[in-house]
Design a binder for this molecule. Structure first.
Ligand code: FPP
Length: 237
């Protein structure tokens, strides 16, 4: 696999348990989780990952107590304010995926600034999924695609973004939780018991090493060890 095309997606789970096991409020786990995000983004850039998509807040996370959802939204806003310039200097383009109609105007403004500041960066694409639901994204993309004439599988693929190569979930659970359902059709899955706030560069490297041992056949009998033109073209046949 040519690393510059590699798409890694991470379900960042375990913040709450990390905090409560230390006698701390859950929000302390989310704050520590934000530090893990910074470390992981740096490590991904070093590893020449092409796209890194992080699941920061699912549409179902609105079911949490309002104090926790408010704290998370403020944390995302602070992250975007503090990281936009750092992303720019590291060549990282920042994008936020998910619904925007339920986000505060302050968070929306921070998203706009971060996306505009880093729009020209090409070293890595960092996508942060906020108020994200894979099912909802598929429905919206299908509706948009069918409203154009000449609807095709390609137009849907393009609307939904790049396929995931490696999907990592921390925190010991083994489920997808409505994350990138379409894009993960052929993703290799790595589940780790490491709680997200403890996740660090060696954990990312270990997941990548595991991924590199996988035999990817995309439903066929031939192995694809790199993606140009191999697996990706094959997937669209
Ligand atoms: C899941 O762990 C985590 C979340 C719902 C929030 C993820 C947020 C962060 C990592 C904070 C910062 C993110 C950015 C982009 C700055 P959980 O709370 O469900 O943990 P639990 O399963 O142990 O309760």
């Amino acid at each position: 696999m040519k690393k510059s095309f590699l798409h890694i997606a991470i379900i960042m789970d375990g913040n709450g348990r990390w905090a409560t096991s230390r006698g701390l409020p859950r929000v302390a786990g989310h704050r520590a989780g934000a530090d893990a995000v910074r470390r992981t983004v740096e490590a991904a850039v070093e590893l020449q990952v092409g796209t890194l998509t992080l699941y920061a807040f699912s549409s179902d996370n609105w079911r949490r107590p309002i104090a926790e959802t408010d704290a998370l939204m403020l944390l995302f806003e602070a992250y975007l304010h503090s990281e936009a310039v750092r992303c720019l200097s590291n060549g990282v383009r920042l994008e936020v995926a998910g619904r925007r109609d339920r986000l505060s105007s302050d968070l929306l403004a921070a998203i706009t600034v971060a996306e505009q500041t880093t729009a020209q960066c090409e070293r890595m694409l960092l996508r942060i999924a906020v108020d994200y639901s894979g099912r909802d994204e598929i429905l919206r993309a299908a509706r948009a695609a069918t409203s154009f004439s000449g609807f095709s599988r390609d137009s849907l693929d393009n609307a939904l973004g790049p396929d995931v190569d490696l999907l990592i979930r921390t925190g010991g659970e083994r489920r997808l939780s409505d994350f990138l359902l379409w894009q993960s059709a052929y993703a290799e899955l790595v589940f780790t018991p490491v709680m997200w706030p403890d996740f660090d560069a060696p954990d990312l490297e270990a997941a990548l090493a595991d991924f590199q041992l996988r035999d990817r056949r995309f439903g066929g009998i031939q192995s694809y060890s790199d993606d140009s033109p191999g697996g990706r073209v094959f997937q669209r046949l």
